[in-house]
Structure formats: structure tokens, C-alpha cells
Design a protein around this ligand. Structure first.
Ligand SMILES: [Zn+2]
Ligand SMILES: [Zn+2]
Length: 258
């Protein structure tokens, strides 16, 4: 088995489902692990999939809905208790940096007291991480519906949500995270090896009609609701006769070796 891969830790959408964590993914590049999103149940799913907390070098969070970030304090605690000494980098939407640092203090994960450097940095749309792999953050409109409330209550939220474009070892993977609709991402999908995509906020029939218009190796549908809800989506995919669409399951591993 290759040691360059992408593993799905959790397939639940915002409503946690029995035996399934919410959004969380591990990008393994040799001995280094990067976590992408950290929704409810992801820390336990991480260990259940045999990953070592000491190998986590960095975390990227797409947006701050609980099903994408609520397990992050526990994940940091897990790394701490495992005996981490090397630095860990956490990349958060800019709007979340200060509230998150304060939240960590409130749950007694005081950054200054940790035996390793926890480097928390904010990013915005257009951010590009480029070392052993490339991750590009592409802002989307997922959170824009909150605008009237943010205005009314004079909140500091910036409604930042990002899809991630990954280039690893010559392979490409697009992770939609959560979107407002297909318009947010359709211009980015052509020629991707993998598209990990959520159906919750898509017009699913429209999405299925769009699929033959672009060249994508494989779509992986995740961020899923009940078993019954999934059955409806699976029937629609079958009816459309699409061969490059699969449904995510816990622990599904996508190989990224070229
Ligand atoms: Zn979500
Ligand atoms: Zn969301």
C-alpha cells in the first residue's frame, strides 16, 4: 500500500449519525500526516484508523460549522497526551483565530503551557500552502446566508468557508467542504483525479447532469445523512448510469501515488 493517500475519517453531515464521525480527512505524505477538518468524532476515528497522533504535522479547517471543527480541541489534547514535542501548525479561517485561542484557554488547553509549539495562523481565500504538497483555499458562498443576522447583531463573523484544491505527488484532489451550491465549485472540477464532494447543499439532480460535462477520475460523495437519505441518492446515481461516482464510507482510502 502506498504511503501517499487521503483517508476519509467521517462521513456524517451536520446531523451526527450512529457509528460515523462528522467531516475529517487525513492526508498522508510519507511519514507526515495532515488533518483536513475536524468535526465531531474525528479524534476517535483517527485512532480507529490506526493513525499515530505523533505524526500529525498540521491541520487545515475549511470553515467553523461544528461538523467541521468541533473536535479540534480534543484532537490537540490527543496530540499533547501522546507526547508531542515537535511543532504543530493549525490553519484556520482568519475570523476564527482569536475566538479559538480564547476557547482553548477556556478548556484549559493553554497554548503557552503546551510542551510543543502550536502555531495557529489564519488564512483567507487564495491562501496557498506549498511544501511537500500544494493546498489552495478557494472561498465559497456556503455561509453567506448568515449576512442579515451578522448585520443585525453586529457580529464579527466574516462568513469564511473554503473548498480545498490539493496537488499531491502529481495527483489532484478537490475537496468541496460545504458549499452554497454547485456554482461555487463547478469551474474547478475539470481534470481532477478525485472530487470529494458534499451533496447536502447541492441540487443533486442538477449535479448528476453536470457530471458528464467535465473530466473527473472519481467523485466521492460524503457529508451524508441517514441510511434512508443515502439510499435515495444512490438510486439517483444508479439511474443516471454514472460509473465514476462512489459513496464514501468510514476509512475509505484514496491512493495519491502517481
Ligand atoms: Zn458540514
Ligand atoms: Zn457547513
Amino acid at each position: 500500500m502506498s504511503d501517499i493517500n487521503f483517508t476519509i475519517l467521517g462521513t456524517s453531515s451536520g446531523m451526527p449519525q450512529p457509528g460515523r464521525a462528522c467531516s475529517g480527512y487525513v492526508l498522508q505524505t510519507g511519514p507526515e500526516l495532515s488533518l483536513i477538518d475536524c468535526g465531531g468524532g474525528v479524534s476517535a476515528a483517527f485512532t480507529a484508523n490506526g493513525f499515530d497522533p505523533l505524526q500529525v504535522e498540521r491541520v487545515f479547517i475549511s470553515h467553523t460549522h461544528p461538523d467541521h471543527v468541533s473536535d479540534l480541541p480534543l484532537f490537540i489534547q490527543m496530540i499533547y497526551l501522546a507526547g508531542r514535542k515537535k511543532p504543530v501548525d493549525i490553519y484556520l479561517p482568519e475570523e476564527f483565530v482569536e475566538p479559538f485561542i480564547n476557547y482553548l484557554r477556556a478548556v484549559y488547553l493553554i497554548i503557552e503551557k503546551l510542551p510543543f509549539n502550536l502555531n495557529i495562523s489564519g488564512y483567507a481565500s487564495g491562501f496557498r500552502y506549498e511544501k511537500k504538497f500544494i493546498l489552495k483555499a478557494i472561498g465559497n458562498r456556503h455561509l453567506l446566508g448568515y449576512a442579515p443576522f451578522i448585520e443585525k447583531y453586529k457580529l464579527l463573523n466574516k462568513m469564511q468557508c473554503h473548498s480545498f484544491q490539493l496537488e499531491v505527488s502529481g495527483r489532484t484532489l478537490f475537496y468541496s467542504a460545504d458549499v452554497f451550491d454547485l456554482e461555487d465549485i463547478k469551474g474547478h472540477l475539470n481534470n481532477q483525479d478525485y472530487v470529494v464532494i458534499e451533496p447536502t447543499h447541492l441540487d443533486f439532480d442538477l449535479f448528476l447532469k453536470f457530471i458528464p460535462q467535465v473530466s473527473v477520475g472519481q467523485y466521492i460523495i460524503t457529508h451524508l445523512g441517514t441510511v434512508e437519505g443515502q439510499t435515495v441518492l444512490k438510486r439517483a446515481v444508479e439511474k443516471a448510469g454514472l460509473k465514476n461516482v462512489v459513496f464514501a464510507r468510514e476509512g475509505l482510502r484514496l491512493e495519491l501515488d502517481s
